[in-house]
Design a protein. Structure first.
Length: 269
């Protein structure tokens, strides 16, 4: 997650069970949540997979996947987290412009929205069992909500990205379906998704070590980062798993197996 207001990046460091904050130009990061070993205490995390900032109350919202919970952690020297959602196989989370929280649940194959003050949440994507029909998902992971409250879902085990319009009963496949490692029209176990201001879809395709881009309405994607086999050179990736933009349009890539974050200045034309 990129916080432009404070020129800071927040990283869910899953294997170390912590959230790390990196300020612009810093040589080292700072642990801001967890970091006390794997566990389910209020000062611990277990395999966190996502983090966002709630600027309204200056807190981090963390998908604490191993503990099947979503926790809120104060950015003001918070030593402990507070569980705000429990019993959820969460993977990804995001907020819309109204401050509503969206969380993907890989176990129940749905995405729920929590308005401020709600305790149960409302199903906005899926919820019709595991499957590949247009009203179903098979392990939703990363999610993105645009300014029109449309929800983009990385439907991982169906190898596709779906778009669900507000209040829709089924989604639209915008990218992918078949498992073809090198195809420019399909995906193979996608690991991250984000949408830019033009409606262009960017997908981290982990097993092919590249970032793909699909312009709105396009049937075929193009490679924007990587695609040069796996490796540690600046033009290479090794199992990318997450994407984010800053306000200047720079693309940040979680280069998982290289244990690094890369920033790319990409062409939007």
């Amino acid at each position: 997650y990129v916080d432009d207001d404070h020129q800071t990046i927040y990283i869910a460091d899953s294997r170390n069970h912590r959230i790390v904050e990196w300020k612009y130009g810093a040589k080292n990061g700072q642990i801001v949540a967890g970091g006390n070993g794997k566990g389910d205490r209020s000062d611990q995390l277990s395999w966190p997979t996502g983090v966002i900032v709630n600027k309204t109350n200056d807190s981090l919202i963390i998908c604490d996947r191993g503990n099947r919970r979503v926790v809120r952690w104060s950015r003001q020297n918070g030593k402990n987290g507070v569980t705000i959602i429990s019993g959820i196989s969460c993977w990804g989370l995001t907020m819309d412009k109204n401050g509503d929280l969206y969380v993907s649940d890989c176990g129940t194959n749905e995405v729920r929205r929590w308005k401020q003050g709600e305790t149960k949440g409302t199903i906005v994507v899926g919820g019709n069992g595991q499957g590949n029909d247009l009203n179903q998902l098979h392990c939703p992971t990363h999610i993105f909500v645009d300014e029109h409250h449309s929800v983009y879902v990385l439907d991982a085990n169906n190898h596709r990205v779906m778009k669900w319009l507000k209040d829709a009963k089924e989604g639209i496949v915008v990218v992918g379906r078949k498992v073809e490692m090198n195809s420019l029209t399909q995906l193979s176990y996608p690991c991250g998704v984000i949408i830019d201001h033009l409606g262009t879809v960017y997908v981290a395709n982990g097993t092919s070590h590249r970032i793909m881009r699909w312009y709105k309405g396009s049937k075929e994607g193009s490679i924007v980062v990587g695609g040069n086999r796996n490796g540690e050179q600046p033009n290479q990736l090794y199992y990318p798993t997450g994407l984010s933009f800053d306000t200047e349009g720079n693309l940040y890539v979680v280069d998982c197996s290289n244990a690094r974050i890369q920033k790319f200045d990409i062409d939007f034309d």
